[in-house]
Ligand binder design. Sequence first.
Ligand SMILES: Nc1ncnc2c1ncn2[C@@H]1O[C@H](COP(=O)(O)OP(=O)(O)OP(=O)(O)O)[C@@H](O)[C@H]1O
Ligand SMILES: [Mg+2]
Length: 317
Amino acid sequence: MAAHVNGTAMMPALTGMFTAGRSAVTVASMLVTLWILSPVMALVVTAAGVPALLARLALSRRRSRMVADFAATARRQSLYSSLITDVRAAKEVRLLGLGDFLKGRLFGELRATQTAERGLDRRGALIQSGLSGLGAIVAGAGLVWAVHSAATGGLSLGDVTAFVAAVAGTQGAMAGLVDSLAIGHEALLFFEYHADIVSLPDDLPVTTSGELPVLRQGIELRDVWFRYDESLPWVLRGVNLTIPYGTAVAIVGLNGAGKSTLVKLLCRFYDPTHGSIRWDGVDIREVPPARLRETDGCPFPGLHVVRLDRGGEHWDR
Ligand SMILES: Nc1ncnc2c1ncn2[C@@H]1O[C@H](COP(=O)(O)OP(=O)(O)OP(=O)(O)O)[C@@H](O)[C@H]1O
Ligand SMILES: [Mg+2]
């Protein structure tokens, strides 16, 4: 499937690259000034920018990996916090006494992300102070050289002032360039995740031909097994069920028994892991999903799902 990349997803990477371009121009003009006063110093300041750049790029790689590793944690975090704060969930949260449970879960997730973030921030702070130290040594050594040159008549007082300003300016511009390159690099890494996700193929093999006959006999589930993922337990195990045409069927079961899952399979949001669902004998995998879902989100008008929970029945169609 062709990737449908969202234009706005490219924006941070593009902004980073444009900023880097602008910073590069500033660095170049500063370097020219410095080069006129001291080519050696211009080379030293440039060379000192290389470890800064490498360190920042490594840090942004780590940060983007961390965000990817913690994506599921961040999703759960936002789910728990929205359940705790959303007024629509308030009735059930209070009725079932879920407040502390959800708060505990939320804090658990927060602790996990904050521990990882703290580790990364600590590493970033260490690198930053190392790089600042290196910058100070370079600037200090340059100043000593300039003062020495002024004392021996190599540089005038005005040259020393211009030299100090040029070193500070070049270092500042170099830091800006490194910053914007790192930000652009990080944005590109995030964009790569975005592109990977939007180019994932459909998880259902979809046919565009095939017809759904007018239902005359009924719908049949033949030895249907289903689980949401290989790492998860079975939700449906060998379900055999016939729903004759024209009848109404109620599916009754405890919370989590698999009622909604069964309806999702009937609407072909997922395919059975084993077994098949037949519409007058036609496997629903052989018809376009849009045809199946044409009537009111699902072509099973007589189907009602009843959930049994503490409060009694809950109609859940
Ligand atoms: N998208 C999903 N990914 C992984 N597991 C899921 C997913 N949706 C449901 N489950 C799990 O599958 C099982 C069956 O869930 P399902 O929603 O079908 O139950 P249900 O009978 O409709 O429950 P309820 O009475 O609460 O509506 C549960 O253990 C649930 O946690
Ligand atoms: Mg349900």
